[in-house]
Design a protein around this ligand. Sequence first.
Ligand code: 13P
Length: 342
Amino acid sequence: MDISTLESTARALVAPGKGILAADESSGTIKKRFDSIGVESTEDNRRAYRELLFTTAGAGEFISGVILYDETIRQSSSDGKPFPKVLEEQGIIPGIKVDTGAKPLALAEGETVTEGLDGLRDRLAEYRGLGARFAKWRATYSISDTLPSQYCIDANAHALARYAALCQEGGIVPIVEPEVLMEGTHTIDRSYDVTAAVLDALYEELFAQRVQLEGTLLKPNMVLSGYDCRQQASVDEVAEKTIKCFRTGVPAAVPGIVFLSGGQTDEDATAHLDAINKRGPHPWEISFSYGRALQAPALKAWKGDPANVAAAQKAYYHRAKLNSAARFGSYSPEMEKELVSS
Ligand code: 13P
């Protein structure tokens, strides 16, 4: 393992003003996204949609890397160029989702463990050959009055660390993604406590399994009120509690924290990222690795119609630009109007 190459890739992914596009929706998830705009999820529609995103001119100014799905990393643009190559030509680093999903955790009603370790060493070698330089593995934790259990937290931390060690051995930067889900009526303080416990177990396992933190990135949830909590926290409270939680739980050797959006509206996800960066500097770069919050306006503008590609690319470019501003803490809600007036 060459840690300096891993570290320079990790640092490039969190270069100033840049963040990651998560375009690694599994077949089931992309079908849900397409259903919302009335588009059939065929292989070619998925290819056309991803091509639209990856060929957006100038996106490389704001986007450092794109996470692909197994099908997508093997697909090509309509003029026959493999997607990893399309991205590289824009100065964007290709990445790959390598977990095979969250499955019911045995003897733990309502909890999951993420699978995909079997054969992972060989799959990583193949993905590296296809151009991937970083990977992602997502564990999820539901909050209720009694969940998540320490058993669930520990089982997922162990799997995340095994994945991360295999990635580093194979010359790929692991993004470790422990996602405490927003679903539920829990308060922001409960989200804080669960996120802190998850980070604690994760870094203990990464250390035990010899993962070099300089060559990793963390992709977590922000500390947020549950969707159905009656008392929704303000942007300031989210920023303050998120920073406090991560300062306590994440070693400074980690080059960057790249938040997921997790079902926040695109504007909330940008405003929260901005408020966190306004309170910097922090021990690590604080950036984004958004799926829904970067893609929602583009998906809505596209609607599966080739005539809408330019409008969809404009919407995606604008969202990427606003999140880039939030990397510097220089976003303001008035900037939302620029797209309408441009
Ligand atoms: P969201 O930003 O839509 O949560 O997606 C990020 C992601 O990659 C989830 O695994």
